[in-house]
Design a protein around this ligand. Structure first.
Ligand SMILES: [Zn+2]
Length: 97
């Protein structure tokens, strides 16, 4: 029996990923010059998720605290990763390959 048959793995949430998705949504709205094709946006998300600390929790037992020092640190990491990631994707896009 696999773990996912036995446990509700969907209760595991990565708060960092949720914050990254929201931030990129806002970024795409504000920066129309950034290529919005699926490849570029997924590349940007992958870059960011690889450069920001994950914050896993269980939605049942571990409510997130939006004011925690950790969350504020992650917010700063997200902004830095967004700048670097957007530059990288823009300079060497994988679309049209
Ligand atoms: Zn593109």
């Amino acid at each position: 029996m696999s773990l996912s048959d036995r446990y509700h793995l969907e209760y595991l949430r990565n708060r960092t990923a949720e914050m990254v998705y929201k931030r990129v949504e806002q970024f795409l709205h504000e920066h129309r010059e950034f290529c919005p094709c699926e490849q570029c946006v997924l590349d940007l998300l992958a870059y960011m998720l690889n450069h920001v600390d994950p914050m896993y929790g269980t939605s049942l037992l571990d409510p997130f605290d939006p004011d925690s020092a950790k969350e504020q640190r992650v917010r700063i990491q997200i902004d830095l990763a967004l700048k670097a990631g957007a530059r990288k994707v823009t300079e060497t896009p994988n679309h049209n390959k």
